[in-house]
Design a protein around this ligand. Structure first.
Ligand code: AMP
Length: 532
């Protein structure tokens, strides 16, 4: 049996624009809460939210913004981000998400590459002075949130356009994975509205759900799996804080009585590690989503058991596919809900291919995961060569992720193609070793990388974050723990105890940077313990 599956569903896809979908939801649930910005202490019902979106949309039109224009948003999570997302969609302007962590070089690149007509920006966030950086790159058309200009923008005059198509591009998200030059994944209404809708369907959202969204809005995890899943079901978007703050997140779950909580694995680990963890009332939680990077089984189990998230799902995907391609279902067994990334989403197709030959491999065999269907981006913005390198002639998106698919269609991500470690000719999938080390009682989090080695080509190194109060932990102890349980070539030679990993803002571990640091750490003469 070949590693190919097609996701079926009795629920048809949505054939409408994001604006039309929001109008329908607002008509169905006008008095239900749509959005809560906890840090700002502000809240909107669907009727209020849709009216505010329409006013902002008309304000943008009056600034001369029309269909197809690119409008940048550069801000941490806040209600205005969400308003801008829907207001641009209502007039067919293309929202360009700008990473809040960007500095002038990256900002300058994106502003130019996307050809922004307007940049809506926060004044500052953490150590970033956005106003100064925008001045430095000399971009003239910026509106700052909270400024008199921003406050004067909404307008109740003018007509919203009726000539929008759901296949129009509506969003550009710059992505470089964990390395490389940023490319602008260009997504249509159809791409992201349907993806958000089906994510919401699979966690059974209704107008009674309240979703705590601590993940960044500038990434699909926030604006699609959070916002669009919510607004396509009449559920409420709860923004706990501008940037990720574990205590503020759990406080928001408690005070807003959230039913669903999102996070990348490291966010859940931080929440579970809070000193006052037992002081939060998580009894209203029912579900949630963990995604964005490999989700360790042990962490999933703790989320189910200690955070009351019995129905928590794992999603797998990437920006270029809107993002979710596979997902666990509420009725999957606990083993499958914690140990796989689920099955192909409704109306999508998945296959696993041999990266060398391009042929579909058998079930259980590792290869590159590919996705096809409505979720595949229109392309990289004005980078046809990069697009052609990612999406093949048959419209399959090649993900660069290594996966296996079992007999029942459940997918397991075994790593990035680039992260595969080849030690003495043996392929080692770091994920497998990481999962095993997660079972060590002293280990809170772990990442495994390959480092250069004269004898074996590459050797394994584990970076370990200890649980509070645990340790010290030596390389010898780690190897002893693995002995007899893992093949010898999968046992890490080096162990590096750290407080955290180099991460992207979306919670992806930068293994490339870890490898660079590791090369310096294991300079000749160093022992097997490195760091602390
Ligand atoms: P991004 O485009 O920033 O969303 O990054 C997409 C990448 O994140 C994928 O290609 C995967 O390498 C990784 N990823 C996302 N979700 C998962 C998951 N559930 N398990 C493992 N890796 C994941």
């Amino acid at each position: 049996m070949l590693a190919y599956t097609a996701g079926t569903s009795d629920v048809p896809m949505l054939g409408e624009t994001i604006g039309a979908n929001l109008d329908r939801t607002a008509a169905r649930f006008p008095d239900r809460e749509a959005l809560v910005d906890v840090a700002a202490g502000r809240r909107w019902t669907y009727a209020e939210f849709n009216a505010a979106v329409d006013d902002l949309a008309r304000g943008l039109l009056s600034r001369g913004i029309t269909k197809g224009d690119r409008v940048g948003i550069w801000a941490p999570n806040c209600a205005e981000w969400v308003l801008v997302q829907y207001a641009t969609a209502k007039i067919g302007a293309i929202l360009v998400n700008i990473n809040p962590a960007y500095r002038t070089h990256e900002l300058g690149f994106v502003v130019k590459q996307a050809g922004l007509s307007l940049l809506i920006s926060a004044v500052s966030f953490k150590t970033s002075d956005y106003r100064a950086m925008i001045a430095e790159i000399g971009f003239p058309a910026a509106i700052f949130l909270g400024s008199p200009e921003w406050d004067a923008l909404p307008s109740d005059e003018g007509e919203l356009p009726a000539d929008l198509s759901f296949d129009d591009p509506i969003n550009i998200q710059y992505t470089s994975g964990t390395t490389g030059f940023p490319k602008g994944a260009t997504l249509s209404h159809h791409n992201i509205l349907n993806n958000g809708f089906f994510v919401g369907e699979l966690v059974n959202y209704t107008e009674r759900d309240r979703i705590c969204i601590p993940v960044p809005l500038y990434h699909c995890f926030g604006m699609v799996m959070g916002n669009l899943a919510a607004t396509s079901h009449g559920a409420c978007m709860v923004l706990p804080a501008p940037g990720f703050d574990p205590a503020a997140t759990l406080a928001a779950v408690t005070s807003e009585r959230c039913t669903s909580l999102y996070g990348v694995p490291t966010m859940f680990i931080a929440e579970l590690g809070l000193e006052r963890f037992d002081g939060y009332d998580l009894s209203t939680l029912r579900t949630g989503i963990m995604a964005g990077s490999p989700c360790p089984v042990e962490v999933m189990k703790r989320v189910v058991a200690e955070m009351n998230m019995a129905e928590v799902a794992i999603c797998y995907g990437m920006t270029e596919t809107s993002p979710v391609s596979t997902m666990t279902r509420a009725d999957d067994s606990l083993t499958r809900r914690t140990g796989t990334v689920g099955r192909t989403m409704p109306h999508l197709e998945s296959k696993v291919v041999d990266p060398g030959t391009g042929l579909v491999v058998g079930r259980g065999e590792p290869g590159e995961l590919c996705t096809r269907g409505y979720s595949v981006m229109l392309g990289y913005w004005e980078q046809p060569d990069a697009t052609a390198g990612a999406i093949d002639a048959a419209r399959w998106m090649h993900t660069g992720d290594l996966a296996t698919m079992d007999a029942d269609g459940y997918v397991n991500i075994v790593g990035r193609i680039k992260d595969l470690v080849i030690r003495g000719g043996e392929n080692v999938y770091p994920r497998e070793v990481e999962e095993f080390l997660h079972t060590h009682p002293d280990i809170a989090d772990v990442q495994v990388i390959g480092v250069p080695d004269a004898k074996y080509g590459e050797e394994l190194m584990a970076w370990v974050v200890l649980r509070p109060g645990a340790g010290p932990l030596t390389a010898g102890q780690v190897r002893e723990f693995c002995a007899g349980k893992l093949s010898h070539f999968k046992i890490p030679r080096y162990v590096h105890v750290v407080d955290g990993f180099p991460m992207t803002v979306t919670g992806k571990v930068r293994k490339v940077e870890m490898r660079e640091q590791a090369v310096r750490l294991i300079a000749p003469g160093e022992g097997e313990e490195v760091g602390r």
